[in-house]
Design a protein around this ligand. Structure first.
Ligand SMILES: Cc1cc2nc3c(=O)[nH]c(=O)nc-3n(C[C@H](O)[C@H](O)[C@H](O)COP(=O)(O)OP(=O)(O)OC[C@H]3O[C@@H](n4cnc5c(N)ncnc54)[C@H](O)[C@@H]3O)c2cc1C
Length: 403
């Protein structure tokens, strides 16, 4: 790696870094592009620890990046899966109002989805809901027939293969720990040597803010990690869930609420919750990093966020430690579910950017610096949107970095 000179270095071998790499190889084949990934394997963090849902674009503010990239990204990604024989299913999803008080918000979701161009959305009553999901109880539901499921790590693997087949280089086990900038050049130090490039694209997920700061950028946000924990339904209880069953989300919070997901490997999962993690890659409750926790505590935005959300946050912690409370929430959607149906499942950690005033950034955030592009906030539906986001970043690179 020492002597290599690249046009573009991409930090992060998750689904966004790899989509960007693949699309750069298509849009600007004359450029030499290298991807640096700190783990020995690709796609082991958010990309490999999520719900695997191909979102259709219902929740997002019309005109936002999320709305735009999710709707376009779903279509592009499904086409990409067809062309590359990646298994996916359009199993459909219901968002269920379990109480009259949620009907206004359900209607708002219908309006948003329709404004975003999500096709064939339908508000259904209890009878139709029973046909779609026989065990679910609700006053009304929003039926999104085109929402689907896929294995995003597999998608990322195919992005990587295509990039490599086009001549791109991927270096794994190469955490970037120092970045030195000079006009027209950037030097990235890793344990495997130093990679020299003219330009930098930062897709470092949970460490995107640190990488941006390392490269001299003033980003004004901090990534705060939120762990999402899942239970898994025992095989004998799988019949309770046909597809994807979601609650009406709490509009004050950017997460979707604990839901049921039948994934592409045939497992049924329940979750995720959203608990503040004490380590950025802290997948277990006991995972703790003193420096990362102190980093969060020293950030004024963390305290402002805590002041705004402490009540919801305490509730999430309580639910995380009490299976009974988790179960109660799940029973709101599916009254028949019992403690004995649930076994412990996996978890994922969301990279959520928080502004200095304590606001949780709702939209995707992609910023452009001198000779650099940084993806600072790409939570859900980032994986669904990966094809469209990669295309967008590759387009920015062609414009900004010059062919
Ligand atoms: C619990 C959970 C559920 C979700 N559910 C869904 C869903 O159903 N549908 C959906 O569309 N989206 C979902 N998402 C969101 C989706 O997973 C993310 O938007 C997407 O994976 C982001 O991809 P990424 O490439 O930015 O991040 P990542 O996959 O985290 O990749 C970043 C990479 O950068 C590497 N890296 C970091 N620092 C360095 C460094 N210094 N040097 C080198 N490499 C570095 C990391 O090792 C990592 O591999 C979910 C996320 C979570 C956590």
């Amino acid at each position: 790696m020492e002597t290599s000179q690249y046009d573009i270095a991409i930090i992060g071998g998750g689904i966004l870094g790899l989509s960007t790499a693949m699309q750069l190889a298509e849009k600007a084949p004359q450029w030499k592009v290298g991807v640096l990934e700190k783990e020995e394997e690709l796609a082991t963090h958010q990309t490999g620890h999520n719900s695997g849902v191909l979102h259709s674009g219902i929740y997002y503010r019309p005109g936002s990046h999320k709305a735009q990239f999710c709707v376009a990204g779903l279509n592009n990604l499904v086409k990409f899966c067809d062309e590359n024989e990646i298994e996916y299913q359009r199993c459909g999803k219901v968002i269920v109002a379990t109480h009259e008080s949620e009907l206004g918000r359900l209607q708002d979701l219908y309006d948003r989805g329709t404004a975003n161009g999500v096709p064939d959305l339908e508000v259904v009553g209890p009878e139709r809901l029973k046909e779609i999901e026989p065990y679910v109880s609700g006053v009304k539901a929003l039926w999104a027939p085109h929402t689907g499921i896929v294995d995003f790590a597999k998608v990322a693997g195919v992005y990587a293969n295509k990039f490599q087949q086009a001549g791109g280089d991927i270096f794994t086990g190469a955490p970037v720990h120092k970045i030195t900038r000079s006009p027209g050049s950037v030097s990235l130090e890793t344990v495997k040597g130093t990679l020299q490039a003219k330009n930098l694209i930062n897709c470092a997920g949970l460490y995107a803010d640190k990488v941006a700061t390392m490269s001299g950028e003033k980003v004004g946000v901090r990534i705060i990690p939120f762990r999402g924990e899942y239970y898994t339904l025992k095989p004998e209880s799988h019949h309770l869930v046909n597809g994807l069953i979601y609650p009406v989300p709490d509009p004050r919070f950017p997460f979707l609420g604990v839901h049921y997901t039948r994934n592409i490997h045939g497992h049924v999962e329940a979750g995720p919750n959203a608990v503040l993690a004490l380590r950025r890659e802290g997948y277990r409750k006991r995972d703790f990093s003193l420096s990362e926790s102190l980093g969060s505590l020293a950030y004024p935005g963390f305290w402002k966020m805590s002041a705004k959300f402490w009540k919801i946050g305490m509730g999430e912690i309580y639910r995380s430690y009490s299976k009974g409370v988790f179960l109660k929430d799940l029973q709101r959607l599916l009254p028949e579910i019992q403690n004995s149906d649930l076994a412990s499942g996996g978890s994922g950690v969301r990279a959520q950017a928080v502004a200095s005033d304590g606001t949780l950034l709702d939209d995707f955030s992609i910023i452009e610096g001198q000779g650099s592009i940084h993806v600072l906030n790409a939570p859900s539906p980032g994986a669904t949107s990966s094809y469209a986001i990669g295309e967008h970043i590759a387009g920015l690179a062609v414009n900004n970095f010059g062919a």
